[in-house]
Design a protein around this ligand. Structure first.
Ligand code: OGA
Ligand code: MN
Length: 215
């Protein structure tokens, strides 16, 4: 008889969740040092380090504003406080590829700042066959977030886009991972300023030696 409890590898929990449900929510997977670096980075940035987010090429500003209101800042491995998170995602990528053979090839992510009342209406991050984004990650960076503040991520059923599947409170350290072309989701307005990092793993759809560029 096995007398010791085997330690539960958080990557294994994510992989198992993704295989079974297509979505995973974890509360203690990102190492403390990684979270601390992100917190320091946010503290040193100000409003003009963030740019109005877009929803695709050539989209009218008004259309965009009616769909999403967040402002973003892309992470860069050259930035010492951003690199640990990108490194962490690289290890997650490697684990998922070994475990689920998803063929994840690259990762990109941005900080998102939602000011009071900002939202992101129900959307999909990818449409099958149209983009090479396959796996979405969202990490929340809000200390002491209270459910009454709103700002939840609402996730809908893959087979019924009007049926709510679950809600995530955007609390510090919570990481949501889901298949990008399966789950419609939205960000509800909040009573407080809200920070997250939204990211995407891509597969490589390059042809004839041209590397498919990210973004
Ligand atoms: C996105 C997104 C969710 C969040 O940027 O595509 O859905 O909670 N973000 O920040
Ligand atoms: Mn999204």
């Amino acid at each position: 008889m096995l007398a010791v409890d085997l330690p539960i590898d958080p990557f294994e929990v994510i992989a198992t969740d993704l295989y079974r449900d297509g979505i995973s929510i974890s509360h203690d997977v990102i190492p403390f040092d990684v979270l601390r670096a992100l917190k320091f980075r946010l503290a040193e940035m100000n409003l003009n380090d963030f740019n109005q987010a877009g929803i695709g090429r050539n989209q009218a500003h008004e259309t965009n504003q009616s769909i999403r209101r967040d402002k973003i800042h892309w992470l860069d491995a050259q930035q010492s406080l951003e690199k640990p998170y990108l490194d962490f995602m690289q290890s997650l990528q490697q684990y998922i590829n070994r475990r689920l053979f998803m063929g994840l090839f690259s990762y990109e992510c941005h900080f998102a700042h939602y000011q009071i009342g900002d939202f992101y209406k129900k959307h999909m991050d990818a449409f099958r066959g149209k983009t090479n984004r396959v796996l979405t990650t969202v990490l929340y960076l809000n200390d002491g977030w209270d459910a009454e503040l709103g700002g939840e991520l609402v996730v809908y059923e893959p087979n019924d886009h009007n049926a709510e599947l679950l809600r995530v409170t955007p609390s510090f350290g919570t990481l949501v991972t889901f298949l990008s072309d399966e789950f419609p989701h939205e960000v509800l307005p909040a009573l407080r300023s809200r920070y997250s990092i939204a990211g995407w793993f891509r597969v490589n759809t390059s042809i004839s030696g041209e590397i498919d560029p990210p973004r």
